[in-house]
Design a protein around this ligand. Structure first.
Ligand code: QAP
Ligand code: CO
Length: 171
């Protein structure tokens, strides 16, 4: 089932998500619906709060070397924790909850993340490149944060003005 995306400035996006306690069928159905939704909306990452569920769940599905987005590369990430951050890198980000807006954001270059898969198996991964960026972006959602909060004061003001105009125009 394709779910509705919660769009800025909906206050729901500021919720702090809580840990998943049961790795059951309900979780699996939500993960399946999140995947279907992310693909339908042409995303590469999605956090549960973006579909209105305040749980520590996110998915990431980047394109491979052949520029194909394959389901076998899907990461399903439950209750993640970053245990190491290193370096810094700037990348132009976007977000399904802020459609049509993209801007440069600075984040750590390399991270180590610990999380659980849909079966409750613990996974530890060292990430770099776009995967590291995407993980940090999606984990920010779990803490109620959006990439636009990382813009400079002036860029944020410009964004807010443009966004208001866009909402008024009914887009
Ligand atoms: C998060 O972002 C991300 O504006 C995932 O009109 C961002 O999937 C990971 C999207 C940057 C790595 C780098 C955005 C789709 C999708 C839009 C997305 C839009 C349609 C964003
Ligand atoms: Co996002």
């Amino acid at each position: 089932m394709i779910l509705d995306i919660v769009v800025y400035p909906d206050k729901m996006l500021r919720s702090k998500s809580t840990n998943v306690l049961e790795f059951d069928e309900k979780l699996h159905n939500l993960l399946d619906d999140m995947y279907e939704t992310m693909i339908a909306k042409e995303g590469i990452g999605l956090a549960a709060i973006q579909v209105g569920i305040a749980k520590n769940i996110l998915i990431i599905n980047l394109a491979n070397e052949d520029e194909k987005q394959e389901k076998e590369d899907l990461l399903e990430v439950i209750n993640p924790k970053i245990t190491h951050l290193e370096g810094s890198e700037i990348y132009q980000e976007g977000c399904l909850s802020v459609p049509g807006y993209y801007d440069d954001v600075k984040r750590a270059k390399n991270i180590t993340v610990e999380y659980f898969d849909r079966y409750g198996q613990k996974i530890i991964k060292d990430l770099d490149g776009l995967l590291s960026i995407a993980m940090q972006h999606e984990m920010d959602h779990l803490m109620g944060h959006l990439f636009i909060e990382k813009l400079s004061y002036l860029k944020r003001k410009k964004f807010e003005k443009e966004w208001k105009k866009k909402l008024k125009a009914g887009k």
